[in-house]
Design a protein around this ligand. Structure first.
Ligand code: MG
Length: 397
């Protein structure tokens, strides 16, 4: 039932540590199951998407966001005869490397790590599944198949790609050096991610009161469907308390984008005619919106960036989140014994590394990146009470 250009689990490029195949599951089903059972996956429930986790119970978290990406991705994958299991595995894992406090946390940690090689959440997601999960006696990480790891590493700087390439020649870093594409399943997860957050951030933004339906009147992708809904159900208009207008508009918006991707991608596939995933990787991106939808989606993205993600109230909470991450980083770097024992052990081991400062900072970054919002908050409270004295920039006694 799979198209010739889909990823076939029987043709997988394999795992870094060879394992006997499972009796009843394909390699990609097995990857998905490993991800769902990982500790990093469970932490997603207490990690911020846009609104801080404690601000309200109904806002998206990284977990519910990832589930929505998986739902949209699978739905499109089935229509295009792509591998649904692989799409699901990538979607559920794509945000595993996110820090607490959303993008604010990631920016702060990247600043802290600037002199130690930086911090990228996509690369961190790969690090989680490759190294940081400790669940198997034989190896670190989850030992996922190449195709899942390829999809998880959505972006990567050239410097990091070179580093990956040295450790794994011809592996997941290579495409960033060769400037080729990943599988269609991986391309699909990127677009499904965008469709998901564009839609749910409208919902959460309106729920929070930070954006209004009036502001959205300028955004074609939303407004065209809102008018359609009002025309069909005039009683919904003007009832600001009734959320059905919003939900029905978002539902139609989502469907339209899904059908658009299926149509535009089918046409692109027909034109390019790839006969295997290997050919897909050599071609330009094929998983796409039609031109009209691409422009509309871009306009909505810009709207959300300016009206929601940079809303003073959001920026205010992100400012505080950044302070907390910077403080935690400085404290753990100077006082590694404040970290949990397995990270302290890794920090001790870092002293033997070629570049001990860089290695020790990476342990701290891994520790902080893995935290949920509330654990980071508790640690901040605990450590602030110790009344540590800054001795130098980046150090505490
Ligand atoms: Mg995402």
């Amino acid at each position: 039932m799979l198209a010739v250009y889909a990823c076939d689990p029987a043709q997988s490029r394999g795992r870094r540590f060879a394992q006997t195949p499972a009796p009843t599951r394909t390699e990609f089903q097995r990857d998905r199951d490993r991800i769902v059972h990982s500790s990093a996956f469970r932490r997603l429930v207490y990690k911020t998407q846009v609104f801080l986790n404690h601000e309200g119970d109904l806002f998206r978290t990284r977990l519910t966001h990832s589930l929505e990406v998986a739902q949209l991705g699978r739905s499109i994958a089935r229509s295009l005869a792509l591998n649904e299991d692989l799409v699901e595995a990538i979607a559920l894992a794509h945000d595993l490397g996110h820090t607490p406090f959303g993008h604010a946390g990631q920016d702060a940690l990247n600043e802290c790590m600037a002199v130690f090689g930086g911090f990228e959440h996509n690369l961190q997601s790969l690090r989680v599944v490759d190294r940081l999960e400790e669940r198997y006696p034989q190896f670190d990480g989850l030992n996922l198949s190449f195709e899942t790891r390829e999809g998880i590493l959505k972006h990567c700087s050239r410097a990091h790609a070179e580093q990956l390439e040295r450790g794994e020649p011809g592996g997941v870093g290579q495409r960033f050096l060769a400037q080729t594409q990943p599988s269609l399943e991986a391309q699909l997860c990127n677009l499904a991610d965008e469709i998901a957050y564009n839609a749910h951030d409208i919902d959460d933004g309106v729920r929070s009161g930070l954006i209004t339906l009036e502001q959205l009147a300028d955004i074609a992708l939303f407004e065209d469907f809102r008018r359609q809904v009002v025309a069909g159900y005039p009683h919904l208009q003007g009832q600001t308390q009734d959320r059905r207008l919003l939900y029905e508009t978002i539902r139609r918006m989502l469907s339209a984008q899904v059908y658009d991707v299926i149509a535009a991608t089918s046409a692109a596939l027909e034109r390019a005619g790839p006969r295997s995933v290997y050919e897909v990787r050599q071609l330009p991106p094929l998983l796409q919106f039609g031109e009209d939808m691409r422009v509309k989606s871009q306009a909505l993205k810009q709207f959300l960036l300016h009206q929601l993600y940079r809303h003073p109230r959001v920026l205010d909470t992100t400012g505080r989140a950044k302070q907390m991450v910077r403080f935690l980083f400085d404290v753990y770097l100077a006082r590694p014994h404040e970290m949990q024992s397995r990270f302290l052990a890794r920090s001790d081991a870092a002293r033997m590394a070629q570049d001990p400062d860089r290695a020790a900072a990476r342990v701290v970054a891994d520790y902080i990146a893995g935290m949920t919002d509330r654990f980071a908050g508790r640690e901040f409270d605990r450590l602030s009470k110790l009344q540590l004295l800054p001795v130098q920039p980046g150090g505490f006694i």
